[in-house]
Write a protein that binds this ligand. Structure first.
Ligand code: ADP
Ligand code: ZN
Length: 526
């Protein structure tokens, strides 16, 4: 312990100023802190970077006893305790990374009343219950509270046991915090943690300085390079790729184009990873090419862009990842390139992945929400915020607001595509991927068409009203809307139940007109 016996802070603002050196609370922090200091329970939904930590750290200093923080991420626990010790707060953690001696030392300090804050991994709670009953507890903070939700992507069974906190310590206030909360997750948090009577604080999830853009993927690398050169030359950013191999290749290619690009993924050795991470943090204008293993707990304020070369698996993931841009509040870009192959690949990964039917159902719902965001002709931000239960108007700072796409009645093209799939299946017992279907619709003469005599099909050449890119857009959107599904190891396409209504003319299909080139004027908004 660096500080033996600090003078306790009497009021929240005194603690904020004296310990952290900040002038004032931000947003709803003051109200949240007051609620907990007064002994009330709170559920806090605040985006990443919003300042959740102070919401329990300040009350832990003001209230008598130790604030106990349940946190699932051991690495972050370590950082938090370091940062607290640096400002003179007496903090420690208990988790599986410690040996018995270290653990005993923390326990001794806790029982002696020498800790303001104790971080605890959820799986240690059972073993620590006896210990906690022998000391004075200021509050319980449940960080990353969405881990209690089986709906979310981070479910941790140990979190279900946290309802015992309320039963064992009915008089100790509890504060649950999360940055990812759809309406469903919110309800589950309140119910499963017995926090239905808690005050709920919802901060806006809007990040107005981030410009959201989702572009059709034509030649992803060159599209990315154009973004870097024309809009963010010499600026820091993150490029997310799905696989380690594509991280390596993309970083190498960018470096060959003169960009200071470094790879980061779990397959690199620890030394390389930490070297690349510290260069990204310390040097100016480094572009980190990474899998989603990179970013959690990274606090770099001047990340000017986050680019996705592959489709994120969920809107929560997209929001978290893009949220790493522009923490300093200055204009930043969130750019995603998205194509037919992304939909095919993600649908296939779910179909072939591990997990039972329920798990796959949830993954499909997550993917569908992400696809809906990609295909929308409405304001991206409005749709993104609506996903988190927040109402808003058109934002004026996303691609669809700046350059509104047209939508059109795509029922006829959709019918042509779907009936080609149905005919191949019924008449020939065959199924194919997107490329071949487009060849048939365009009436192309190639080896495969000849081999299967597909020029004999009644739908051969009936689709000349669209070009290749146009048809790929139709396939992608029809897939995104769930009218086609991906099957088997070759990723062939088959019609779904809802497609039958389209084929019978009972359902209209609205499609987004493909924009061949990105037409977005960059607006410097802060
Ligand atoms: P979260 O946990 O919500 O992602 P943090 O608690 O890590 O966010 O806070 C994000 C950053 O904002 C931190 O650097 C923190 O010190 C800073 N911060 C939080 N509250 C305030 C405040 N009232 N005044 C100034 N800076 C703040
Ligand atoms: Zn908008």
């Amino acid at each position: 312990p660096l500080v033996a016996e600090p003078v306790p802070a009497r009021t929240p603002s005194e603690a904020l100023q004296r310990v952290w050196g900040y002038d004032a609370f931000r947003g709803q922090q003051a109200e949240i802190v007051d609620t907990v200091v007064a002994g009330g329970d709170a559920v806090v939904l605040m985006p990443t970077g919003g300042g959740k930590s102070l919401c329990y750290q300040v009350p832990s200093l003001v209230r008598a006893g130790t604030g106990v923080v349940i946190s699932p991420l051991i690495a972050l626990m370590h950082d938090q305790v370091d940062a607290l010790e640096q400002v003179g707060v007496r903090a420690a953690y208990l988790n599986s990374s410690q040996d018995p001696d270290q653990r005993r030392d923390v326990e001794r300090r806790l029982l002696a009343g020498e800790l303001d804050l104790l971080y605890l991994a959820p799986e240690r709670l059972g073993a620590a219950t006896g210990l906690l009953q022998r000391c004075r507890i200021a509050l319980f903070a449940i960080d990353e509270a969405h881990c209690v939700s089986s709906w979310g992507h981070d479910f941790r069974p140990e979190y279900l046991q946290l309802s015992v906190l309320h039963e064992r310590w009915p008089d100790v206030p509890r504060i649950a915090l999360t940055a990812t909360a759809t309406v469903e997750t919110r309800a589950e948090i309140a119910e499963r943690l017995a926090l239905t009577d808690a005050r709920v604080f919802v901060s806006s999830f809007d990040r107005p300085n981030i410009q959201y853009r989702i572009a059709p993927k034509n030649d992803a690398r060159n599209q990315l390079l154009r973004l870097l050169r024309e809009e963010h030359p010499g600026e820091a950013g993150i490029v997310y790729c799905l696989s380690r191999a594509s991280v390596d290749k993309t970083a190498e290619w960018l470096a060959g184009q003169g960009v200071t690009a470094l790879p980061y993924h779990a397959g690199l050795d620890a030394r390389t990873r930490s070297l690349h991470q510290s260069r990204f943090l310390r040097e100016d204008g480094v572009v980190m090419v990474a899998t989603i293993a990179f970013g959690m707990g990274i606090d770099k304020p001047d990340v000017r862009f986050v680019a996705h070369l592959d489709l994120p698996k969920s809107v929560e993931g997209y929001y978290q990842e893009t949220g790493r841009a522009g923490r300093d509040g200055l204009a930043s870009t969130a750019w995603l390139a998205y194509g037919l192959q992304d939909v095919v690949q993600q649908r296939r990964m779910i179909a072939e992945g591990e997990g039972d039917r329920q798990r796959k159902r949830v993954q499909t719902l997550h993917l569908d929400a992400m696809l809906a965001l990609c295909e929308t002709v409405e304001c991206r931000r409005q749709q993104l915020l609506a996903y988190f239960g927040e109402e808003s108007g058109r934002c004026g700072n996303c691609d669809t607001c700046l350059s509104p796409p047209e939508s059109f009645d795509g029922t006829v093209p959709a019918q042509k595509l779907l009936s080609t799939v149905v005919r191949l299946q019924r008449e020939r017992g065959q199924a194919f991927g997107a490329g071949h279907l487009v060849d048939i619709l365009l009436g192309r003469d190639n080896e495969r068409v000849r081999k299967f005599r597909h020029d004999q099909l009644s739908t051969y050449g009936i689709g000349t009203e669209l070009d290749d890119a146009g048809w790929r857009g139709v396939v992608r959107q029809v897939l995104a809307q769930g009218l086609l599904e991906v099957q088997g190891e070759y990723g062939v396409l088959a019609v779904t139940e809802p497609a039958l209504a389209v084929l019978r003319g009972r359902r209209e299909v609205r499609l987004r007109k493909e924009q061949q080139r990105e037409r977005v004027q960059r607006s410097r908004r802060t």
